[in-house]
Design a protein around this ligand. Structure first.
Ligand SMILES: Nc1ncnc2c1ncn2[C@@H]1O[C@H](COP(=O)(O)OP(=O)(O)O)[C@@H](O)[C@H]1O
Ligand SMILES: [Mg+2]
Length: 260
């Protein structure tokens, strides 16, 4: 709790008392204007000022001892730490400057914590339709490489899925956002967890040729899995339903985007 300070911040007309760490441009003024609203999600609102995003996370379960629990484990703190770890691994992820947790989350519209990060200029949301893009093989190659890098560190994002990956058209680059990393000690548990998500949140959208590209890139970069079957054996994937250039309607909505 070193270098923490208290600050009152008014978010959309409601005053919150936060325990803060770091330097924020947006909350400096003590007021987050409605006009800055960039995206409103189920569990978060994002505000954008110039090249900065302030993410306001809503609590889904409020602990009894807020000070003890949130100092290290607020949603904002977990996302900031995870982003730092991913950037250390060489992946693209927004740099976080500031995080804070609310001292009275229950009484203040459920605002649990906030953090401020870089706006990823030039990056677009990735949704299942990306398989129709002319540059989709580049995206898939990048996805395979980035996932291998994450798994090499025995980590897996809890909310892994297309909804938390952005891409840079033309640059063959992916950015990983909204990361809440879980550390694994055991390869088998990691494999099970990854396959539980990878199948229906990514692999099921791919046809055979695209899946080959994914596995080639994944295995080339993986130090944990030399063969695709080593990981694939932990989950069932049926590519035969996925014809090239066709994504069925029930796959268009990627439901990965909720916090655990
Ligand atoms: N740093 C960022 N730069 C640009 N867009 C962002 C950034 N962070 C989030 N977004 C946009 O906001 C959306 C929701 O952000 P996310 O952190 O995933 O919220 P949630 O926790 O509600 O899933 C993303 O899908 C993306 O479009
Ligand atoms: Mg998300």
């Amino acid at each position: 709790m070193n270098n923490c300070f208290f600050k009152k911040v008014n978010i959309e007309g409601v005053s919150h008392l936060f325990v803060c760490k770091g330097r924020s441009r947006i909350v400096n003024a003590g007021k987050v204007e409605d006009a800055f609203l960039f995206k409103r999600q189920l569990y978060a609102s994002l505000y954008k000022v110039d090249n900065h995003i302030l993410k306001v996370c809503y609590g889904q379960s409020i602990p009894k001892d807020i000070f003890r629990k949130y100092a290290l484990r607020s949603q904002a703190e977990r996302e900031s730490k995870s982003a730092f770890i991913l950037s250390e691994l060489g992946l693209v992820t927004p740099k976080t400057y500031f995080s804070a947790f609310s001292l009275f989350p229950k009484m203040r519209k459920g605002v649990e914590s906030i953090h401020e990060m870089d706006f990823l200029a030039g990056y677009d949301d990735l949704n299942p339709n990306f398989v129709h893009r002319p540059d989709c093989l580049g995206i898939i190659r990048c996805f395979g490489r980035d996932l291998a890098v994450i798994l090499n560190a025995m980590l897996c994002p809890k909310d892994f899925g297309l909804g938390n990956v952005m891409y840079h058209p033309g640059e063959d680059k992916l950015a990983w956002i909204d990361s809440d990393l879980k550390k694994f000690k055991n390869k088998e548990t990691l494999s099970r967890t990854v396959m539980g998500k990878l199948g229906h949140r990514f692999l099921n959208y791919l046809d055979n040729c695209q899946a080959d590209m994914f596995w080639r890139s994944f295995c080339e970069n993986s130090i944990l899995y030399a063969e695709k079957n080593e990981l694939l054996s932990y989950g069932k994937i049926d590519y035969s339903k996925n014809q090239p250039g066709r994504v069925s309607e029930d796959k268009i909505t990627d439901n990965s985007d909720h916090h655990s």
